[in-house]
Ligand binder design. Structure first.
Ligand code: PEP
Ligand code: MG
Length: 876
């Protein structure tokens, strides 16, 4: 089989599509050579050889034979011999994996120089300084990369030499000095390794090839692969290529360029170059490069050719290219072309423009924009130019960055907001009572909690930057400060949080505004044409509902009615309802709540006119609506001290109720439909509010599509009993109003038992919505509010790849969902099914939802555009 692929003007074995075998660089070089673009000739040793070599630390004979043949061919083509004492052929040896791993692996330049051939080179180019500069660079690079000699050992000799000659820069060293350095470098190698620097160019080449293969497993490459989810088994290719020189005078130069602006996406050639310099000089930043536009004035012919080639490359690859070039004495050579990395804004603009230019179709454009791009575009973010001092990291719960003064209570956040101050709310954890403060703050930082903790869910819902589970912080609530890794941060000190990375930074950092521009709108409209998966939103107030609709939501998939109960004006009535000792007084309290609930639904139905609205009846355990026991105890002590007897009894009563409602595992306790069944009057009130609102709007001619959803069902009987009550009330209201409205009654599937008995449940349900938050909690037996204590450790230890509350666990939870879907469809093939857990807005989980045949995903408003995009990508 073939292990070595030649590329050059007349003979090229490979092509651009062979990235897996030739690596990105090798495939790009082959493709350019095929296109007739000037490329210095050379050959690529495949990634397969790397894998073979790393296994055995030797090569099959066939590989060695093919390398020999390729060298012969290269010598013939250049009409020069490797290491020839008169006129040596010099080559570069570079790595090149399937995907680019910038700077992670090794490169050797100027290979083929020896004590003899360096003299030949000097004579040939009539430049002794140039020849010895190449030689000393080669020896040190070879020493470092191939032989593992510390590069500083060479560097310090250069420093010594400069001191000795009293000169500032490397370029001030003359031929004699460089020649002496080359000698000393060889001495270092002898001393360190116990053998001479090899003077046989073929030996040099073989050693360099081995070293580049070995560099696949250097620690920084391994780390890079881990961070970027690159497969360890791929290996790298090696490219051996004829050297060309950008440092041969004023008609030589070297540079890097992009076919379009990688920062804005503007269709304008963009890049930098240096005259009379080598590639490393541009990257190393020793000299400041010039803008590419000015190259036209200096070496016009080569510049025009470069512009032309870049246009051809872009048209050929149909994507923005990132290229490297060298001009040697007026002649242009292309050294690399690859897909250019770009910012979120550029990705969107380039994709849209390329469709307009007829370069790509809409499907391709939709795949060119990544979910992370949209995430970044929709939230203010930290100016990437700013250098950050991160003091702690938590979970990146809700993307975007926020800057503000530290406050420790929701009330402080609200008070500060009233006087126009920006704050970051720092809490051990948040509870529904903190919602007002969260809304008032710029961002939220919590010590405890996971990706579906209250702060995270609410933060994402509000589009509010949020970092949770930051255990490195300890708050002193008495004295109003927090400690973090040796720093003390007081109330009203500034901090910055980045909810996209989980970073916490002390002080103010400059932010850049979010933008949703016409380019992004266009891409999303194309996504809508392509996708088959519906996208709804999780929203429980009119503001969120209309925002989500603007962002493209096709209805509400989850309206959590409990959030409405926490409103300042409702909490007294809610508490009265809970404190009620009998059904009669409970009903009295519920009567007070009815008009308020109805008001909520009127607003939401109106925003979602013509679209389905799934309203979930009350879910959380009742104690969540009562004050905290400790708080009550403190209050009682205060009252006793002040002898305010009137209130003492009242507080005692509340304490009694709180105590009686206390549960050991409230998440597995008296909640969901269990509440509805034991206190039917609560759901009755909610259904009345829904149906009265729907009838009123229908009377006005507004189209409403209510879907009433019952939470935490595990038994078909639970649903049938509840459903009967719901329908009875709905019919009553419709009879009162003299109207008929199409409404549905469905259920959440959020317990394993529900999924496993989905065929029974489906018979009494009009729709299903998978509540993957609770389904994850109950499948794993992981408390969703306590996972930050162990899940990050599991991830570090490789026990879990992802936080299952952020990325759906397809193997476990996903399998249970599949059982549910299959069983439900076996009795009701057309049953509408969606997902409304936090996973509904997470790209991998959205793909899964598409694959298993769900009808829609439902997610927080700011994730709606992401879901639209990913749903489309799932079909392509
Ligand atoms: C769920 O459990 O996935 C769900 C959406 O409901 P909640 O998060 O309100 O429990
Ligand atoms: Mg739930």
């Amino acid at each position: 089989s073939k292990f070595v692929y030649f590329f050059g003007k007349d003979v090229t074995d490979g092509k651009g599509s062979m990235k897996d075998l030739l690596g990105g660089k090798g495939a790009g070089l082959a493709e350019m050579a095929n296109l007739g673009v000037p490329v210095p000739p050379g050959f690529t040793i495949t990634t397969e050889v790397c894998v073979l070599y790393l296994k055995e630390r030797k090569y099959p004979d066939e590989v060695l034979k093919q390398i020999e043949e390729a060298i012969d061919k290269l010598e013939t083509l250049n009409n020069k011999k490797l290491g020839d004492p008169e006129d040596p052929l010099l080559v570069s040896v570079r790595s090149g994996a399937r995907v680019s791993m910038p700077g992670m692996m090794d490169t050797v330049l100027n290979l083929g120089l020896t004590d003899k051939s360096v003299i030949g080179l000097a004579n040939k180019v009539n430049d002794e300084r140039f020849a010895y500069d190449c030689y000393r660079r080669f020896i040190s690079m070879f020493g470092d990369v191939v032989l593992g000699v510390d590069f500083d050992k060479f560097e310090s000799l250069i420093e010594d030499k400069k001191k000795e000659l009293k000169v500032e820069s490397d370029t001030d060293l003359d031929a004699k000095a460089l020649k002496e350095l080359a000698e000393r470098f060889k001495g270092v190698i002898k001393l360190e390794k116990g053998f001479e620097f090899p003077q046989d160019p073929r030996v040099q080449l073989q050693m360099a090839i081995n070293a580049v293969f070995e560099s696949w497993n250097n620690p920084r490459a391994i780390t890079y692969r881990k961070l970027n989810e690159i497969d360890d088994s791929w290996g790298t290719a090696v490219n051996v290529q004829t050297m060309v020189y950008g440092n041969r005078g004023n008609t030589s130069g070297t540079g890097v360029a992009f076919t379009r602006n990688p920062s804005t996406g503007e269709k304008k050639f963009f890049g930098e170059y240096l005259i009379n310099a080598q590639g490393e000089d541009v990257v190393a930043g020793i000299r400041t490069p010039d803008f590419i536009d000015t190259l036209g004035n200096k070496i016009p012919e080569a510049y025009n050719q470069l512009v032309d080639i870049c246009q051809r490359l872009e048209a050929h690859f149909k994507d923005m290219q990132d290229i490297e070039f060298t001009i040697q004495e007026g002649k242009l050579y292309m050294l690399q072309t690859r897909t250019g990395k770009r910012t979120a804004a550029a990705a969107v603009k380039i994709a849209k423009d390329m469709v307009a230019e007829g370069l790509i179709d809409k499907e391709t454009a939709v795949t060119r924009v990544k979910a992370e791009h949209i995430d970044l575009l929709l939230h203010p973010r930290i100016d990437p130019k700013v250098k950050l001092e991160v003091v702690a990291k938590g979970l990146p719960a809700s993307p975007g960055a926020a800057v503000g003064k530290v406050v420790f209570t929701a009330e402080d956040a609200e008070e500060m907001a009233e006087i126009g101050e920006k704050t970051i709310l720092v809490r051990n954890e948040t509870s529904p009572e903190d919602i007002g403060g969260m809304a008032a703050a710029q961002g939220v930082l919590t010590v405890r909690g996971g990706m579906t903790s209250h702060a995270a869910v609410v933060g994402r819902g509000m589009g509010k930057p949020c970092v949770v589970g930051c255990g490195e912080i300890s708050i002193d609530t008495k004295n109003n400060f927090f400690m973090v890794n040796g720093h003390t941060v007081k109330e009203h000190d500034y901090i910055t949080i980045d909810g996209s990375t989980g970073s916490v930074i002390i002080g103010k950092v400059d932010l850049i505004d979010a933008e949703i521009n016409d380019d992004l709108k266009q891409i999303l409209l194309w996504a809508d044409e392509i996708r088959t998966l519906g996208v709804r939103t999780n929203a429980d107030n009119p503001a969120d509902a209309s925002l989500a609709r603007e962002l493209g939501a096709e209805g509400i998939g989850l309206c959590r009615t409990e959030h409405m109960f926490f409103g300042e004006d409702r909490i007294p009535a809610v508490r009265e309802m809970i404190m009620a000792e009998d059904e009669k007084s409970r009903k009295k309290a519920l009567k007070k709540l009815l008009p308020m609930q109805k008001e909520d639904f009127l607003g939401i139905f109106r925003c979602m006119e013509g679209l389905p609205v799934t309203i979930r009846l009350l879910d959380p355990p009742l104690h969540e609506f009562l004050p905290d026991k400790e708080e009550l105890d403190t209050k009682l002590r205060e009252l006793e001290a002040s002898e305010d007897c009137g209130k003492i009894d009242e507080v005692k009563k509340i304490i009694q109720r709180v105590t009686s409602l206390k549960e050991l595992n409230p998440m597995l306790g008296h909640r969901g439909c269990r509440l509805g069944i034991t206190y039917p009057e609560i759901y009755n009130m909610q259904v009345r509010a829904i149906m009265e609102a729907a009838c009123e709007l229908a009377n006005e001619g507004v189209q409403v599509i209510p879907e009433i959803m019952i939470p935490l069902v595990g038994l078909a009987k639970e649903l049938s009993v509840t459903r009967e009550e719901v329908c009875k009330m709905a019919e009553t209201v419709m009879a009162e109003k003299g109207l008929k409205i199409d409404y549905k009654v469905g259920t959440m599937i959020e317990l394993p038992r529900a999924a496993i008995t989905a065929d029974q449940i489906a018979q009494v349900a009009d729709f299903f919505s998978f509540g993957t938050n609770d389904l994850t909690q109950t499948t794993f037996g992981f408390s969703r509010d306590d996972v930050s204590k162990f899940v990050p450790i599991y991830q570090k230890a490789g026990i879990l790849e992802h936080d299952p509350f952020a990325v759906l666990d397809q193997e476990g939870v996903g399998e249970i969902m599949k059982i549910g879907i299959e069983k439900a469809r076996s009795v009701k093939p057309d049953l509408k099914m969606g997902i409304c857990g936090e996973h509904g807005g997470e790209p991998k989980s959205i793909c899964f939802a598409h694959e298993v045949g769900l009808d829609y995903v439902s997610c927080s408003p700011y994730r709606v555009p992401i879901a639209r995009l990913v749903a489309a990508q799932s079909t392509i």
